[in-house]
Design a protein around this ligand. Structure first.
Ligand SMILES: [Zn+2]
Length: 526
């Protein structure tokens, strides 16, 4: 009798668990709605994209998501809305609870299995793989990165490449593909020449799951019922600072990603999504083109073209043969692509990897094979262009690096403050490159780039800038004190010190030089 009642209780509690998961997903209480509506003209989108989260635009039909507040605002426009089944509810995928199970690549991982697999990577390959948690989601799930590089625990003068997937929690194909990419890089290191070249010469950062709360909306055990937004019903790909409009508070997932981008010096990144098959390049928020438009088109064509070699003819074949400018498709504000490209001086594209957001698990391997070589070749683009190190005396120096008569909208890059390394990715050709900071400008002309290669140009800034009397790379109060000491006769300047102190170059040291240097300092520190 007792055993029976325990059994009965067990069945009841299991049923409650099962029912609550079901009712959660099927209830009209899901915080985000998925729907479509018609537009008469493309111009309507400029207003609509600020109200709701546009997901796709096909001719006159717009597919979008909205939370309750956004939907209420949008409904004021009086459009006829057709509500649709959320992509995360269209298919119940098979889940794996073990690392071994996931490694067959024909299922989706439970959250715990995902975390276990990430730590297993670092355990199995400690010399080339480290797992970093950059922060936690609203509901406390980890935002994990695999850093892959030779000498993985030291920061080397190598280009840093960033891949992240599934910031829209219901776009899960890229999630599994990123796990598989990590596995592929680790298991093929030192046996595959291309993989070895990438691991040896890049710092590769891979984040398979940028929005764990969205993906595991129904619970850690399944990706069925996944949502686009995070647990606060915010679309993370509308949550980043935008070049023009920027006045709202941010989600923890966004802040964690921004902090990482500030710490690192990413030169190239890709952001994996689903719901379409296309490579989308900046800008998303501006109609005009990026200064590197030609290069971006080359980069996207390389990705789509490589994919076409390994996939059926209807894969990633829409738009302009698999690529599109972001604005041309539909404009968005607060997207990560523009944030990384504008504020971080990186180059980021958005890769929409499968028309079906929640892809049946049996198709995951096929999509991996379509994309595998393209994923590797894309990273290799960070090994082309002009690169080098900038030093002031013997110290690494952060300076702005730009192509003469070319840069606009923050398209220049910066050398790394800690190591001095810089990477100005560009097409083959001949370039004049300008290196500058507050104190100097140096132009190196006629730098020639061969296809598929990088040209190294190291820059040594001569110490001895005017105003920097003590030669420490800065003009500050210490320098003024030295000039005062020279003028009052407390110290005698060497010829070099005299020249650096003579701010107005009149061959005399006097109060005019002190005023000049002081004014310079005040202008630098308003
Ligand atoms: Zn997306």
């Amino acid at each position: 009798m007792q055993r029976l009642s325990i059994l009965f209780l067990l069945i009841c509690s299991l049923a409650t668990l099962f029912l609550s998961a079901e009712s959660l997903n099927n209830s009209t209480d899901r915080p985000e709605k998925y729907f479509r509506f018609q537009i008469k003209s493309r111009d309507e989108l400029q207003n609509i994209t600020r109200l709701i989260s546009i997901d796709n635009v096909q001719g006159d039909t717009v597919y979008a998501y909205a939370n309750k507040r956004e939907l209420a605002e949008f409904q004021k426009l009086g459009k006829t809305i057709e509500f649709l089944t959320a992509p995360g509810l269209k298919y119940k995928p098979r889940m794996s609870e073990s690392v071994k199970g996931i490694a067959l690549w024909d299922s989706y991982p439970t959250y715990d299995a995902y975390v276990a697999m990430m730590s297993q990577f670092a355990k199995d390959y400690p010399d080339i793989c480290r797992i970093d948690s950059i922060g936690a989601s609203v509901n406390g799930r980890a935002i994990l990165f695999a850093k892959i590089s030779d000498n993985v625990n030291s920061d080397e003068a190598e280009p840093e490449v960033l891949y992240t997937s599934t910031m829209h929690g219901d776009e899960t194909t890229g999630y599994v593909l990123m796990l598989r990419l990590i596995d592929y890089l680790l298991t093929n290191y030192q046996s595959d020449a291309q993989v070895s070249n990438l691991v040896d010469n890049l710092e590769i950062w891979i984040n398979p799951l940028a929005n764990p709360d969205g993906t595991y909306y129904s619970g850690d055990h399944t990706v069925y019922g996944a949502t686009r937004c995070n647990a606060d019903s915010v679309d993370l790909n509308r949550d980043f600072p935008n070049p023009e409009v920027d006045n709202h508070t941010r989600q923890p997932e966004t802040i964690a990603m921004m902090n990482l981008a500030e710490r690192q010096n990413f030169v190239l990144s890709a952001n994996f999504h689903g719901g379409a098959e296309v490579v989308n390049y900046p800008w998303d928020c501006w109609k005009w083109r990026h200064a590197d438009d030609e290069w971006l088109i080359w980069l996207c064509r390389q990705y789509a073209g490589t994919v076409h070699t390994y996939s059926p003819s209807d894969y990633m074949s829409g738009f302009d043969d698999g690529i599109t400018n972001g604005w041309d498709w539909y404009d968005i504000y607060g997207g990560r692509q523009d944030y990384m490209t504008y504020f971080q001086h990186c180059r980021e594209v958005t890769i929409e990897i499968s028309d079906t957001k929640l892809l049946p698990e049996a198709e995951l391997t096929a999509y991996w094979e379509y994309n595998r070589v393209a994923l590797l070749n894309y990273m290799a683009a960070a090994l082309t262009g002009i690169r080098g190190e900038v030093r002031y005396g013997s110290e690494p120096l952060e300076v702005q690096v730009g192509i003469v008569d070319h840069e606009k909208d923050n398209s220049w890059v910066f050398s790394d403050a800690d190591l001095g390394d810089y990477y100005r990715l560009c097409l083959p050709g001949v370039y004049d490159l300008e290196f500058s900071n507050d104190l100097f400008t140096k132009v190196i002309r006629q730098i020639s780039i061969e296809p598929g290669n990088a040209t190294t140009v190291n820059v040594f800034i001569q110490s001895g800038s005017r105003g920097d009397i003590n030669n420490d790379g800065f003009i500050n109060i210490t320098d003024i004190l030295r000039v005062v000491n020279f003028i009052t006769g407390r110290l005698t300047p060497s010829d070099d010190e005299f020249n650096r102190s003579d701010w107005n170059s009149d061959n005399e040291l006097n109060i005019a030089d002190i005023i000049g240097i002081t004014q310079y300092i005040l202008n630098q520190n308003p």
